[in-house]
Design a protein around this ligand. Structure first.
Ligand code: SF4
Ligand code: F3S
Length: 102
């Protein structure tokens, strides 16, 4: 089961998670990051790196955020059409207006 980025990442994008990933499985759009389910090797290394605890093992994704499982898959795979891009290095956090306002 792949790991999944969920609601707390939206508009925050701390990006500490990407440094921990040995297989460069993270993708981003302007709002948040997503994990490519075909690339994730389920190591769990990214989980403790996220300051807002946005990353979960797929079976442990909280019920209100279950739709993020499919969203991660859809958005990461959409990289082929340029909708998202691979992110392999940390960048300045977005810290947008919705960050932390869930
Ligand atoms: Fe990368 Fe491991 Fe996190 Fe999957 S669980 S996204 S392989 S760091
Ligand atoms: Fe998002 Fe947390 Fe990574 S806020 S960018 S999942 S460190």
């Amino acid at each position: 089961m792949p790991f999944v980025v969920t609601e707390p990442c939206f508009d925050c994008k701390y990006t500490d998670c990407v440094s921990a990933c040995p297989v460069e499985a993270f993708y981003q759009d302007e709002h948040m990051l997503y994990i490519h389910p075909d690339m994730c090797i389920d190591c769990g290394c990214c989980v403790p790196e996220c300051p807002v605890e946005a990353i979960f093992d797929e079976p442990l994704v909280p019920a209100p955020w279950r739709h993020y499982v499919q969203l991660n898959a859809d958005r990461a795979r959409a990289c082929v059409s340029g909708v998202t891009e691979n992110i392999t290095r940390p960048q300045e956090p977005k810290l947008g207006p919705r960050c932390g306002k869930k």
